[in-house]
Write a protein that binds this ligand. Structure first.
Ligand code: ADP
Ligand code: MG
Length: 393
């Protein structure tokens, strides 16, 4: 997605007030009626209409008059709300180039006033498709209005909570800096995804380290569920960092063993293909028995001493309800081999997809933004917009 943050400079307090009003209206409206936006924003002299036109021009809103006159946020509109909030908090002051395009996220460099560069991950659940089980489709039908906003926000919140907890438990993950709406700010990982690496100095050591992380996660009650060469970063000193956490599950999940085995298999397959790691030879010197052989490379889920409750504890500490956990799991865990998952046709993208997602751009500094007042707080008189802001954090 093209993220022309320059637009932010030209948006006024009223623009943000109306944008926030649309966001609030989307809690229970797929398309928010203009009258409702006007009522929530309560600008003087009927200014809402003029502002809506401006937001539409900048593609922060989408206009829909098929049933009634109304608007909804685009991804860009939601991005701007999150960016604005984080800039106002002083977390960063400029947005740089795009450094990653994930399946359902865009990652940009951002910098704070001290020039420290960090990574900003904007979650885009449901951007491309909901290749999902039928139940997801039914589920979406009932709350389609909210799906990508709601799910992307949950994904960000979960990712942030896990990154923080994992870091506190000594796992090699980025430093979780802050989170707002669908946006997570974390430290920038030096190095590259393992998928880009053609050669390693210490192949065996790295392999063991990675398998060791899977085991240690399980000992802490967790399974990554997307543990592969795309989500493992490695630097020139062959230091490993694990990223991408929204799909993690508890070891008490009903498919836990399968997810665990799949993570392990992924790594074994990659290492044998890419680095020609010969597993027979490694295990052979310890034992010739075939079971013991595979066990020494391939940890068994059943023989790991697992802690329980970690996930529940960390998630509830971050304000996650059980229902939210279930909701996010439904959308982040895909294609369970051997289960009765059924792929469905692609759902239409709900965000504004008029810009290419692969555009990589350089952006001017956003420094001027930090001089702005906090738009939301500036709404004053304990207005509804202010309440909403508190809940979004
Ligand atoms: P997705 O959930 O969409 O797969 P990821 O979190 O895996 O998103 O990020 C996608 C890509 O962005 C990664 O493969 C990596 O190249 C880059 N990336 C993500 N986080 C960081 C980070 N903290 N530092 C540097 N690069 C990152
Ligand atoms: Mg990833």
């Amino acid at each position: 997605m093209k993220l022309d943050v320059n637009v932010l400079r030209y948006l006024s307090k009223d623009d943000f007030r109306v944008l926030t009003a649309v966001e609030m209206g989307m809690r229970n409206h797929e398309i928010v009626p203009v009258e409702l936006i006007d009522r929530i924003a309560s600008l003087r002299h009927g200014g809402t209409y003029k502002v809506l036109k401006n937001l539409l021009k900048h593609k922060l809103l989408h206009h829909d008059s098929s049933k009634y006159d109304g608007f909804r946020l685009t991804y860009l509109g939601y991005d701007f709300l999150a960016i604005k909030t984080l800039v106002n908090r002083g977390v960063f002051s400029s947005v740089g180039r795009q450094i990653g395009v994930g399946k359902e996220s865009d990652i940009f460099e951002v910098a704070n006033e001290e020039g420290e560069i960090m990574a900003m991950k904007l979650h885009r659940l449901g951007r491309t498709s909901f290749r999902a089980v039928k139940s997801k489709r039914d589920y979406l039908r009932h709350r389609s209005s909210f799906s990508w906003l709601y799910l992307s926000r949950l994904a960000a919140l979960k990712e942030f909570a896990f990154m923080k907890a994992l870091q506190e438990h000594g796992f090699p993950v980025p430093n979780a800096v802050d989170c707002n709406r669908h946006c997570v700010i974390m430290s920038l990982v030096q190095g590259y995804p393992l998928v880009q690496v053609k050669e390693l100095q210490n192949t065996n050591t790295i392999f063991e380290k990675i398998i060791g992380i899977i085991v240690r996660l399980a000992e802490h009650g967790l399974i990554h569920c997307d543990f592969n060469e795309f989500n493992i970063m490695i630097d020139d000193d062959e230091k490993i960092t694990i990223i991408d956490f929204p799909q993690m599950v508890s070891v008490s999940h009903r498919n836990a063993e399968m997810y665990f085995d799949r993570d392990v298999e992924c790594i074994i397959k990659f290492f044998s293909k890419r680095f020609n790691l010969s597993f027979e030879a490694d295990a052979g010197d310890s034992d010739s028995d075939s079971d013991a052989e595979s066990d020494s490379i391939k940890p068994r889920f059943s023989s790991i001493k697992k802690a329980s409750g970690f996930l529940d504890k960390e998630l509830s500490a971050s304000g996650f309800s059980r229902k939210e956990q279930a909701d996010i799991e439904k959308f982040t865990l895909e294609k369970i081999p051997g289960s009765d998952d059924e792929e469905i046709e692609e759902e239409e993208d709900e965000g504004d997809n008029s810009n290419s997602t692969s555009d990589i751009q350089n952006f001017d500094s956003l420094c001027s933004l930090t001089n702005d007042e906090d738009q939301v707080k500036a709404c004053g008189n304990g207005g509804k917009v202010e309440e909403e802001e508190d809940q979004q954090q």
